[in-house]
Design a protein around this ligand. Sequence first.
Ligand code: FA5
Length: 342
Amino acid sequence: MDLKKQIIETRNLFHQALSAVGTLEQLEATRVTYLGRQGTLALLTDELKKLAPEEKREVGALLNELKQEVQKLFDAKKAELETAAQREAAEQLKNFDVTAYKQRLQGSLHPYTQVIKQIEDLFISMGFVILDGKEVENDFYNFTALNIPEDHPARDMHDTFWLQTPGWLLRTHTSPVQIHAMQQRKPPIALAVNGRVYRHEATDATHDFMFMQTEGMVIDKNISLAHLISSAQHMLRVLFEKADLKFRMRPAYYPFVEPGLDIDISCPFCKSGCSICKKTGWIEAAGAGLIHPRVLQAGSIDPAVYSGYAFGFGLTRLVMFKYGIHDIRLLHSSSLDFLKQF
Ligand code: FA5
């Protein structure tokens, strides 16, 4: 058959094939047959090259016309099928039954949320108010008012994320709330705060650069270490539902308390020392102490009349101990496999 006839024949066959196409998959198969690298139009182009120059001009124009027509009809059919597919998907969505997945997609409260709720209920039952702090603080509240003046070496204890605005930072602990509360309230004050804090430090199984703390503070006349120890003990026992929970206190230095102490909890992950407790059997849970007179003064409270205690628990660590989570980073991982367990 001569090439002209083949072109006419191809046009007819393409029209027939296209009218039979009902899906995007069929359209793709038709495209490969006609427009593909080894398709009919490519073969016709090869044939064209064999013609004499005068014939080539005439038949070449016909072949070009066919190519353009095929491409145009193909594009139009594609657009038509895509629109129909979108319409169908939208129609199906209208009938989507959200209740059908009730069992499979049931959510649960994040372990943080569960523990915060428990801690808030506990402190409210002891007559504390629950306050909220600010995550963006300034130098004064995070350090200076807490008896950590500029150039004080204790500033190095907190690797700080400083903001571009001079003097502003992401709070390194929840203790700035103490000063805000002293400035806004008159003793007696009893407060608890749960919130995020940030430290520019390397992460490992028990350290993250963003974690949560629970701050507690009581100011009244004649507040002593006995008050601090009994409320911390009560909190831990209720939280861990264990009357015989083992914890210990040891002297520690924090510029904003005097005396200062650390509260450790026996390692929930081992009996005789593991990599998480660094083979000691204990993990530090909180810093605490009696509020330093200079801090009371910075909060406009007379240290000759009032005294107070404060503690800052690593809330993230409490959550880890409670649920046996061996790596702190899991808590912020958004991993559904991890979260589904709670
Ligand atoms: C403080 O942040 C003091 N503001 C606590 C305090 C409050 C002392 C009131 C005295 C009076 P420290 O840096 O030790 O102290 O942190 C408190 C607790 O947070 C630690 O005991 C630990 O449980 C937890 N913690 C500290 N660093 C991290 C970290 N990188 N990741 C997770 N938890 C941490």
